[in-house]
Design a protein around this ligand. Structure first.
Ligand SMILES: O=c1[nH]c(=O)c2ncn([C@@H]3O[C@H](COP(=O)(O)OP(=O)(O)OP(=O)(O)O)[C@@H](O)[C@H]3O)c2[nH]1
Ligand SMILES: [Mg+2]
Length: 202
């Protein structure tokens, strides 16, 4: 019997976990996340950039498991807010990490900002770390605008207030197949593809 290739994703975010499962299944690779492991630690995100935080998470879990691990650090970067919420996206309204409160905070801060100045992007850094390799980082982004109210019910996080320039729709109105074609996460993973197969033979 052919054993399916497996990779550990160092995340506790259910929205990310679902997207990675879908994105990797297209590559015939099975994903395990920290939600599947008992007693997985909460790795503190002490970096100053998405790239640093992804590296910190990937290396911590790879050191712990001795396996190849991919970590995702991502977030919403809003031009008018000088790049906030940025690396603080998950905890923008507080350490308890509440998507609805995070959205309310952004909508309030963007209340009087005219359409032309509502430009933003989702950014994703993926770090790959393993026992016999130097940690590698790739990135991807997805350009958009901040809506003035929630639209759509799909996705997670800030998706309901993000209008994706391509395909010209609110992110939360896209099906998972559509989001997985244009998302920052898909773009970053695309940059990892050239080395994905090689990872399994280290
Ligand atoms: O609408 C969204 N659609 C997306 O596709 C998306 N990707 C990231 N985000 C936001 O950015 C935070 C990541 O922060 P983050 O990388 O630290 O992850 P996290 O703390 O949620 O989980 P973990 O992977 O660290 O365990 C998330 O919580 C979200 O608020 C997104 N929002
Ligand atoms: Mg986090």
């Amino acid at each position: 019997m052919k054993v399916k290739k497996q990779v550990i994703i160092a995340t506790k975010n259910k929205g990310k976990a679902k997207e990675f499962e879908e994105l990797f299944s297209a590559l015939n690779v099975e994903t395990l996340t920290l939600l599947d492991l008992d007693n997985a630690p909460d790795v503190e995100e002490t970096g100053n950039t998405f790239e640093e935080n992804a590296t910190i998470k990937a290396e911590a879990i790879s050191n712990m498991t001795g396996k190849i691990v991919i970590a995702d650090d991502s977030g919403l970067v809003i031009d008018e807010l000088d790049g906030r919420p940025g690396i603080y996206s998950a905890r923008y309204a507080g350490e308890h990490k509440n998507d609805e409160e995070n959205i309310d905070k952004v909508l309030l801060e963007m209340k009087d900002v005219p359409d032309k100045k509502r430009t933003a992007r989702f950014f994703c850094a993926l770090a790959v770390s393993g026992p016999n390799m130097d940690t590698m980082v790739v990135t991807g982004k997805c350009e958009g605008k901040i809506l003035t109210e929630r639209k759509g019910a799909n996705g997670f996080g800030y998706d309901p207030i993000f209008f994706a320039i391509d395909p010209g729709k609110p992110m939360a109105e896209l099906s998972s197949e559509e989001k997985n074609k244009i998302s920052h996460r898909a773009a970053a993973l695309n940059n990892l593809k050239p080395i994905i197969n090689e990872l399994f033979y280290r």
